[in-house]
Every structure is written in structure tokens, then in C-alpha cells.
Design a protein around this ligand. Structure first.
Ligand code: MLT
Length: 334
């Protein structure tokens, strides 16, 4: 596995073939929306090492972190068209291409790493994989688990939705997340992930939300002071492969790639459990971020945001889809 800094951003090309010790070695390109160091990177490097090992060096994977190959949403398009082999992106950024995935980003549905694992590794995850192949031309090979999205801002502590008044919050270009903020009384600013740090730095927006591990990897502590320990969406990041690329592989190679995806996913889960608490501590102790707890155990946030669920029943495949998910998580149907 090699980390690459992109030389010509526009020239996204599919896998390259090079002569090497093996008769014909292939190098695949993997886009990462996040900077090196977070959960996307951990999943990507683990997958790359496993693929190289399992294929005896026949396939190597080059990683392009920090949105070098375009915004996360661009990478779905590029993979779908066969211009890019692999990408790791946040689940909210694949939903516009395959709306049933939205069931995983409805506010306050997934509340813990265990919930995330139950869904991605069960019937729901398998169904969503089939749907993304059908709708977006990409196959989910594995998952990074990144933790609850925490609201950060540079202005003041935020404990209640009313505290958001007057703040400009960046959200992903995702209808569900936009609607959640509207339910809390503000009109958020939908921006591509690749533009977010600069927008925070230049004061175009005051805040955003992402997990602790992502806040750390992206160095958001340099431009954000306050964190609200909210958990309205649990961030998961699918590793996708162009379906055209996958279908071009021999069945033996497909099997190896799927195995590598599964093993890298298992590693990603352990990585989250092992590192999240110490990363949170570092954000506070070393970088001076101030944590605020949502008032009244987040009740007001929850009541307002879950009120938007019915707006999205059609796009996620019906209310019964949400009920299936809640039942799988051992909770009462909606
Ligand atoms: C986003 O906020 O657009 C994504 O969740 C960021 C990410 O990929 O980590």
C-alpha cells in the first residue's frame, strides 16, 4: 500500500497495469475524503495491505487522502463510471445516489457502535449493498465505523436547539441532515466535505458536525472551540468498489477482495472502540476544545429531529424499512 499525493487532480484514471516481479501487477486507486489518520485511513490502509498480501502482490492499492480525487460525492460518480477503482466516504454522501441507504442516517436511529455493526453486518447491510450496486454502480466491500457525529462551533457552547440561533452550520449535501437542522430551527449551509475546513477557517460557516476521530484527523480543533456531545447520526463510512471493476475480476480474485473487505471492517470496529475515548481526551486536554452536554439528555433534540422521519419514508423504501431496522436493533417500531 502506498499513500499518494495527487499530481494532476483532473486526471483520474482507472487502475494502471505495470510489469513487475509478477507477470502483470495492477495498481488500484483509492480515494479518501478525510485526511490521513482517521477511520477512513485505518480501513483503507488495512484493506490495501490485506489485498496486497492475499494476491501475492498482484494487486497493490494507492491511497489518495484528503479529497485529492474530488469531493466524496464526485468519487461515487467516478467509480460508477469506471474512472476510479475504490473510495471510502461517509454514508451520508452516498445516500443521494442510493436513497434507501438513508435509513442509516435518519436521526437517532443508530446510537452506538454495536447498532452500527448489527445493521451493516446483517440483512439490512446486505440489502443496502445490493441497492447501491443497482442504483449507483458501486459495491460496498467494507465499513469504517467512526462514531457519533458531534456538533462543533467556533462561537459559543450549544446545549439546546435554541442555542443554534444565528449560527451558520455546514451540513453535507444530504436532505435528511438538512431537514434535521431545519427541525431544530436553523437553515444549515450544505457544502461538500472537501470545502468544509476552508469554510470554517474563513468564517463562511460557524460550525459543523462529525465524530471525534474525524474532528481530530481533519484538525478541526484549529478552527473550532466548542463541541456538543450530541449523537443524532452515527457515522459509518462504506468502502466502495466500482461494480464494473469488481465484475472484471476472476471469481477467485473477487473472493479475495471480499475477504479483505470483511477483515478490514472487523479491524475498523476494534479501532473505534480502542481509540475514540483517547482521541476525545486529546481534543480537550491538548487542543482546548470545550465539551457541552445536550440539555435534558438530548430530549428536545431527539423529539424535534425524529419528527422528520415520516418525510423520508418514501425514499428509504417505506415505513416498514425503518421498522425492520428498529426491530433488528431491539427497539420498538416507529
Ligand atoms: C461529511 O460530513 O460530509 C462526511 O461525514 C465527512 C467524512 O467523510 O468524514
Amino acid at each position: 500500500m502506498r499513500i499518494q499525493k495527487l499530481i494532476i487532480p483532473m486526471a483520474v484514471s482507472a487502475a494502471s497495469l505495470t510489469l513487475s516481479g509478477n507477470a502483470m501487477a495492477e495498481t488500484w486507486k483509492m480515494a479518501l475524503g478525510d485526511a490521513a489518520g482517521g477511520t477512513q485511513y485505518e480501513l483503507g490502509t488495512t484493506f490495501a495491505d490485506l489485498v496486497e498480501e492475499k494476491t501475492d502482490g498482484e494487486v497493490t492499492v494507492d491511497l489518495f487522502p484528503n479529497g485529492q480525487l474530488g469531493s466524496e460525492q464526485d468519487t461515487v460518480n467516478n467509480a460508477s463510471m469506471g474512472l476510479l477503482d475504490l473510495s471510502i466516504l461517509a454514508i451520508n454522501n452516498i445516500t443521494p445516489f442510493s436513497p434507501t441507504v438513508g435509513v442509516m442516517t435518519l436521526p437517532y436511529v443508530i446510537q452506538s457502535p454495536e447498532d452500527a455493526r448489527t445493521l451493516t453486518q446483517g440483512e439490512v447491510g446486505e440489502e443496502l449493498t445490493q441497492n447501491t450496486i443497482r442504483d449507483a454502480g458501486v459495491r460496498i466491500l467494507g465499513w469504517a465505523y467512526s462514531g457519533c457525529r458531534r456538533l462543533t462551533n467556533s462561537v459559543r457552547p450549544v446545549a439546546t436547539p435554541a442555542d443554534l440561533e444565528g449560527l451558520v452550520i455546514r451540513v453535507p449535501k444530504n436532505e435528511i441532515m438538512i431537514s434535521a437542522y431545519q427541525a431544530w430551527g436553523v437553515n444549515p449551509n450544505p457544502l461538500a466535505w472537501s470545502e468544509t475546513f476552508t469554510a470554517l477557517q474563513q468564517g463562511v460557516v460557524d460550525g459543523q458536525d462529525n465524530p471525534y476521530i474525524t474532528i481530530d484527523a481533519m484538525k478541526f480543533y484549529e478552527v473550532q472551540d466548542h463541541v456538543t456531545e450530541s449523537c443524532y447520526v452515527f457515522s459509518m463510512e462504506p468502502l466502495i468498489i466500482s461494480e464494473g471493476k469488481f465484475q472484471s475480476l476472476s471469481s477467485e480474485m473477487q473472493e479475495l477482495v471480499l475477504e479483505a473487505g470483511q477483515e478490514a471492517t472487523d479491524h475498523s470496529y476494534e479501532y473505534l472502540l480502542e481509540t475514540e475515548a483517547s482521541i476525545k481526551e486529546r481534543l480537550v486536554e491538548e487542543h482546548g476544545m470545550e465539551i457541552t452536554h445536550p440539555a435534558n439528555d438530548e430530549q428536545e433534540w431527539i423529539e424535534l429531529a425524529t419528527g422528520i422521519w415520516p418525510e423520508f419514508y418514501d425514499s428509504i423504501g417505506g415505513k416498514e424499512k425503518l421498522d425492520q431496522v428498529l426491530t433488528a436493533l431491539g427497539r420498538d417500531p416507529a
